[in-house]
Design a protein around this ligand. Structure first.
Ligand SMILES: Nc1ncnc2c1ncn2[C@@H]1O[C@H](COP(=O)(O)OP(=O)(O)O)[C@@H](O)[C@H]1O
Ligand SMILES: [Mg+2]
Length: 227
């Protein structure tokens, strides 16, 4: 039986603002299994980022259940969530979020420092080679293209050997060709066993995942399994 990495039951996240409450995601029932490659699609404001952040323990949830790697974190506070996601879940964001003053290699090695893992330079170089950047390790972020920056961000996410990679609109700032390269890398990583959940509003990219979940107004309206 496939290992269930994340399970949600009626997961709901409400943003409480002074003047109103925004029900950003509602009643989400979802199971993410080891080896899944899932895209979450839906229009702007449909709750993709909120759902991804909730799954990745980047934010507390308002109600419902969230079970991550067998642990019920429905009522966990921010600091408990940090320890759940550390060494298990990695993130890639639309804006790359590289440190401008560090080289490509140093950016990739930084999470090892924060996770108090061995500073294995050779492995960091290997990961960069895997994403096609073996020739760019000593460049600074400003010296590489947008597509390359996102590949550095993916390499950095892989440094801690996560079980789960969550990517929020990772191709949102990239031209079609570079966007497709990122999805090629995701497919390859998934074939090697990495579980991936990616949000995108690009159907050509999203349809390359093996499970496609559609969100509208914070709710799952359908799921496609192409194969
Ligand atoms: N930090 C926040 N505070 C208040 N409202 C938010 C916040 N983040 C998102 N929202 C609202 O929640 C809804 C879902 O947003 P989001 O999850 O960012 O959707 P998507 O990623 O699909 O564009 C939107 O109505 C958005 O305005
Ligand atoms: Mg978003």
């Amino acid at each position: 039986m496939k290992e269930c990495l994340i399970k949600t039951e009626k997961l709901t996240k409400i943003y409480k603002l002074p003047a109103e409450q925004i029900r950003a995601v509602r009643d989400i029932d979802l199971e993410i299994f080891a080896g899944d490659f899932i895209s979450i699609m839906g229009p702007s404001g449909s709750g993709k980022t909120t759902l991804l952040d909730s799954l990745g323990c980047l934010t507390t949830i308002t109600s419902g259940r969230l079970i991550v790697s067998g642990k019920d974190v429905s009522h966990a506070n921010e600091s408990e969530l940090v320890s759940v996601r550390r060494k298990f879940i990695s993130f890639v964001f639309q804006d790359f979020l590289l440190i401008p003053s560090l080289t490509v290699l140093e950016n990739v090695m930084l999470p090892l420092y924060f996770a108090r893992l061995p500073q294995d330079r050779n492995r960091a170089v290997e990961i960069l080679e895997k994403v096609g950047l073996g020739h760019r390790i000593n460049h600074l972020p400003k010296q590489i293209s947008g597509g390359e920056k996102q590949r550095v961000a993916i390499a950095r996410a892989l440094a801690i050997s996560p079980k789960l990679l969550l990517a929020d609109e990772p191709t949102g700032n990239l031209d079609t060709k570079y966007a497709q390269e990122i999805f090629h890398i995701f497919k390859k990583l998934n074939q090697e066993g990495l579980t991936i959940v990616v949000t995108t509003h690009n159907p050509n990219l999203g349809s390359q995942a093996s499970r496609i979940i559609y969100l509208q107004d914070g709710k799952i309206i359908s799921e496609n399994k192409p194969n």
